[in-house]
Design a protein around this ligand. Structure first.
Ligand code: KMH
Ligand code: ZN
Length: 274
């Protein structure tokens, strides 16, 4: 089995300090949370940014400031900006972080889905193709976000049409639309092309069990405030690092070593940094 890549989704666009006071908004807070996850063993930081008042933004300048601050504290970590942003943003807004020099990875959401209440996260076929094409042009590896099986099929179809480069890296997000069960995860894993890599993210109380199943299956894992703000039932997590630490402990118990950022680059086919 490959070493385990841990992605920390440190901020998200939906959770707030009212939900958990440790949710980062400012540049300093984003850097603090990235460092806590990195020190604990995360090799990828999945990044959403906020204005100081907590409003989600895809502003390129704000991303640049946050990336610079993260780099100061975590020089070799892989930073993976979101191109999903928040529900309701335009494609042009969402694409801004892909313009940042040196971006190695970014998310590519492969379908439209319900996002709670009246919220619909829209990703039309043309949006997916356009984002995929731009990532190829800019040398960015997509982290294909999959919230349902049809999104795997879209990714395969668009890869055949030349909009996504193979081998692909998938992130299965379980517990938003598709159920967070071992059955669904196994079905997803068996649906992707040979040679692909994959990560699983269980939302809310599903974070730890889905993570443990993914580690045992030889996949990779995502944790962090974007997906889950609790450490245990009714107990808020103090930091993203605390959530990463638990995955590291589970990995060690299951005989799986944790990848450094450069080891993660090798597994994902990214250029290794000096
Ligand atoms: N905040 C969601 C609407 C991504 O990062 O690409 C989209 C999301 C997925 O979080
Ligand atoms: Zn995200």
């Amino acid at each position: 089995m490959d070493k385990l890549i841990i992605t920390a989704a440190i901020s998200g666009a939906e959770v707030t300090k009212e939900n958990n006071p440790a949710v980062p908004y400012t540049v300093e807070e984003i850097a603090r949370e990235a460092e806590s996850a990195y020190q604990a063993g995360a090799s990828i930081i999945h990044l959403h940014v906020r204005k100081d008042d907590g409003t989600p933004t895809q502003d390129k300048q704000r991303f640049q400031e946050c990336i610079d601050a993260i780099r100061q504290r975590c020089p070799d970590v892989i930073i993976q900006p979101s191109t999903g942003g928040a529900v309701g943003m335009t494609d042009l807004e969402r694409l801004q972080p892909t313009e940042i020099e040196g971006t190695e990875m970014a998310t590519l959401d492969c379908g439209t889905l319900n996002f709670g209440g009246d919220e619909i996260f829209i990703n039309s076929e043309n949006t997916i193709k356009n984002f995929g094409k731009i990532m190829i042009e800019r040398g960015i590896k997509p982290e294909i976000e999959v919230f349902d099986k049809g999104m795997v099929d879209y990714a395969i179809r668009f890869a055949k049409q030349g909009f996504i480069k193979e081998p692909m890296h998938f992130d299965f997000v379980l517990g938003v639309q598709m159920a967070a069960t071992a059955r669904d995860l196994v079905y997803m894993v068996h649906s992707i092309p040979p040679g692909s890599t994959w990560t699983a993210a269980g939302v809310g109380r599903h974070e730890t069990p889905i993570g443990a199943i993914a580690i045992a299956m030889g996949g990779h894992v995502r944790v962090g405030f974007e997906d889950n703000i609790y450490y245990s039932r009714g107990v808020l997590a103090q930091s993203n690092g605390q959530l990463v630490e638990r995955m590291v402990r589970i990995a060690h118990e299951l005989g799986r070593e944790v990848a450094t950022p450069n080891e993660a680059r090798k597994i994902l086919g990214l250029e290794v940094k000096e």
